[in-house]
Design a protein around this ligand. Structure first.
Ligand code: A3P
Length: 300
């Protein structure tokens, strides 16, 4: 192998994190912050909102398949991460999420992991539609840990025990899971938020996909709906190069460490949490979630 090629294969350096109002975000995102905050939303924007690893890719494919009325060829036009601009994404010299959103014709479908308090104000002012997917904290933690092991776009997670503590303390990218889900749960009382649960989509995808169809104002026949259910199953999406990040270089995401489409199940936390960790987690969870009506399924 030539020296040059060897250098190409060197894993990229992991990014540093910065902080905005106590929330950890990529430093490159913090550097773009005033532009992100001043982003001009439009009334017909639909914003897909999630905490990291809650099923963003899954709901993106569902929404796109609905928008394209089940046309698989249209859904293969680009990798998912290029179909819906990620508004707080910034990694110069690549075009930022804001650049991509500004270049996109309306009606736009955009993506964010931001907690409610950091969302650009224009989304609220324009009364946009928000599609939020929540996933139980334990499975989110496990999924995020494995993602941070394989993706050089985020910091190294350290050991599982270290990561367990960091996640509970909210010292991970996009901040605490607890405030994120509670904030968006509350927002649904005053804004146009369709709040879905990963566990429910897993349990009854047809029913949940129908809710999304209604929310985005599309009427599709039964056969198309069945096609969408099939095409967005974990097994099919795992082999879909436009969904599974197959095009991302190994130096950026090393899928031999952990695949991007990892397990796609509910309850994998049981294979990671020790009995002591589970007890500690539950006690802390009860306190942090005492002020909300929001509840989650930890298994199916
Ligand atoms: P696991 O790591 O538990 O497997 P995000 O897209 O927000 O990064 O979330 C990634 C998580 O969603 C991963 O969870 C991934 O496997 C899971 N996922 C992606 N597509 C899915 C699908 N069609 N069905 C179920 N889970 C899916």
């Amino acid at each position: 192998m030539s020296k040059e090629k060897g250098q190409d294969l060197k894993p990229m350096e992991r990014p540093q994190l910065g902080e905005i109002d106590g929330i950890l975000l990529a430093k490159s995102t913090c550097d773009e912050w005033s532009r992100i905050q001043n982003f001009q939303a439009k009334p017909d924007d639909l914003l897909i909102c999630t905490y990291p690893k809650a099923g963003t890719t899954w709901i993106q494919e569902i929404v796109d398949m609905i928008q394209q009325e089940g046309d698989l060829v249209k859904c293969q036009r680009a990798p998912l991460n290029h179909r819906h601009p990620f508004i707080e994404w910034a990694r110069p010299p690549q075009p930022s999420g804001i650049d991509q959103a500004e270049a996109m014709p309306s009606p736009r479908i955009l993506k964010t992991h931001l907690p409610v308090q950091l969302l650009p104000r224009s989304f609220w002012e324009q009364n946009c539609k928000f599609l939020y997917v929540a996933r139980n904290a334990k499975d989110c933690m496990v999924s995020y840990f494995h993602f941070q092991r394989m993706s050089k776009l985020v910091p190294d997670p350290g050991t599982w025990d270290e990561y367990f503590e960091a996640f509970m303390a909210g010292k991970v990218g996009w901040g605490p899971w607890y405030d994120h889900v509670k904030g968006w749960w509350k927002a649904k009382d005053t804004h146009r938020v369709l709040f879905l649960f990963y566990e429910n989509i897993k349990k009854d995808p047809k029913r949940e996909i129908q809710k999304v169809m209604q929310f985005v104002g599309k009427q599709l026949n039964e056969a198309t709906l069945d096609k969408i259910v099939h095409h967005t199953s974990f097994e099919v999406m795992k082999d879909n190069p436009m969904a599974n990040r197959a095009g991302v270089p190994i130096t950026v995401m090393d899928q031999s460490i952990s695949p991007f489409m990892r397990k796609g199940t509910v309850g994998d936390w049981k294979n990671h949490f020790t009995v002591a960790q589970n007890e500690r987690f539950n006690e802390d969870y009860k306190k942090k979630m005492a002020d909300t009506t929001l509840t989650f399924s930890m298994e199916l």
